[in-house]
Design a binder for this molecule. Structure first.
Ligand SMILES: Cc1ncc(COP(=O)(O)O)c(C=O)c1O
Length: 410
């Protein structure tokens, strides 16, 4: 498991941290070469989940072969200690203590355990979520009506979004609904890539006695942050999106002194109640995937999250900036660097239906060979989401600009 960073990604990338320290960027062409990219299409739909870099894939295969070869001899004797090391590593990357996190199979499992397990709600209380939140989490929040007897408040976030406008939208909702005790917040929306001012909103909620359950599924590895910066006590994250771990790696975080506010998972009684791992129970999961999180973090940290976030945002701006001025195109992605990362979204002006955006994404693929995805669920209408990755080139993104210009001309 202990491959050195230099060994992992080779001499070319070993200059990464040094370059970062010197204020320069890694060579992105060399970073891109670490990915096995399909030539079939221009892949601008990297929000579903993230491709593993070659060294991570190689490590995953190695772990898988070992797990497969040694089966229970490994899982019952060696795996626990190996997993503890990865857990400590993941906690360090998040800026928290290892005993505040538990592994899950993804953000869904973590967030469902948090929403379902949050035990401070009483009948007559209220909970709050927004149109930008992930569908499965909205469902879980609505389910709290039957489970806990609470009212469920749903709000729409402003479009176009501004930093203060977003804070004001949550402030107004909490003022209008003083019985709200818990709210869901999504750090980076899967619908349009909007990055919320989480620290400000969380502080405001806390001042009103409202707890935040934070969905950081899309944030870990895409944005530059540590969990304590955000002030959230309950968080679900993904390793298989922007950290580039194999599919099936998520993290549940509960701040140590808040553990008592989440119930042990479905009456879990084999793990002690003061252990965060009693708050989720995944059963037998993909051991090799969790082990390879170590090498995914190696790769991620060698590039450096600051350089990575800057690169991803620059790729986003390479297409959003020129398209903002094109008549007939609405870019939903704010310019404000505090509100954005890799993901952007647009629609043709006035074309807000799901069907129109399915057709738009299909035309981009069929006519121009560019793969994107339509997203629904925003109060102001559907859109097409565009998500570059570390292997995306400026040329790829400029092809999107040319294609959208042509489509806009009619
Ligand atoms: C904002 C958000 N939350 C939660 C999830 C769920 O993540 P997973 O399906 O990996 O568990 C996703 C997945 O795309 C997401 O984008």
């Amino acid at each position: 498991m202990a491959l050195t960073r230099r060994g992992l990604i080779g001499a070319a990338l070993a200059a990464g941290p040094a370059a970062a320290a010197a204020g320069t960027s890694p060579d992105w062409a060399q970073v891109a070469a670490q990915y096995e990219v399909t030539a079939e299409t221009i892949q601008l739909e990297n929000g579903n989940w993230g491709m593993m870099a070659r060294p991570v894939l190689a490590a995953y295969e190695r772990h898988q072969r070992r797990v497969n070869r040694e089966t229970s001899y490994y899982s019952r004797r060696g795996y626990g200690a190996d997993l503890d090391r990865v857990r400590a590593r993941a906690a360090a990357a998040l800026g928290v203590s290892p005993d505040e996190i538990a592994f899950t199979r993804g953000a869904t499992e973590a967030l469902q355990a948090l929403i379902g397990g949050y035990n401070r709600l009483r009948p007559g209380d209220a909970v709050l979520y927004a149109d930008h939140d992930y569908d499965a989490m909205q469902t879980a929040m609505r389910w709290l009506k039957a489970r806990r007897g609470v009212d469920v408040i749903a709000i729409d976030l402003p479009e176009p979004a501004t930093h203060q406008g977003l804070i004001d939208a949550y402030a107004a909702a909490l003022a209008a609904h003083p019985k709200v005790r818990m709210m869901l917040l999504t750090q980076v929306s899967h619908r349009n890539g909007l990055a919320l001012p989480v620290a400000e909103i969380t502080a405001m909620a806390r001042a009103r006695g409202v707890d935040v359950i934070l969905d950081s599924a899309h944030a870990w590895g895409q944005l530059d942050f540590r969990l304590p910066d955000l002030g959230a006590d309950f968080v679900g994250l993904n390793g298989h999106k922007w950290i580039g771990a194999p599919l099936g790696v998520g993290v549940l975080y509960i701040r140590k002194d808040r553990l008592g506010d989440i119930d042990p998972f479905m009456g879990e009684d084999r793990v002690p109640p003061d252990d965060v791992r009693s708050r989720v129970h995944s059963g037998t999961a993909n051991m090799a995937a969790f082990l390879a999180l170590n090498e995914a973090l190696d790769f991620h940290e060698t590039i450096g999250v600051t350089a990575k976030a800057a690169r991803l945002t620059a790729l986003q701006r390479t297409w959003t900036d020129p398209l903002r001025t094109v008549p007939g195109i609405d870019v939903l992605t704010p310019k404000d660097p505090r509100l954005v990362g890799a993901i952007g979204a647009f629609r043709l002006t006035g074309r807000t239906s799901e069907a129109a955006n399915i057709a738009l994404a299909r035309r981009l693929l069929d006519q121009f060979g560019i793969f994107t995805v339509h997203r629904t669920g925003l109060a102001r209408g559907a859109c097409v989401r565009v998500t570059p990755a570390l292997f995306t080139t400026e040329a790829d993104v400029l092809k999107l600009v040319a294609a959208v210009r042509e489509i806009a001309r009619g």
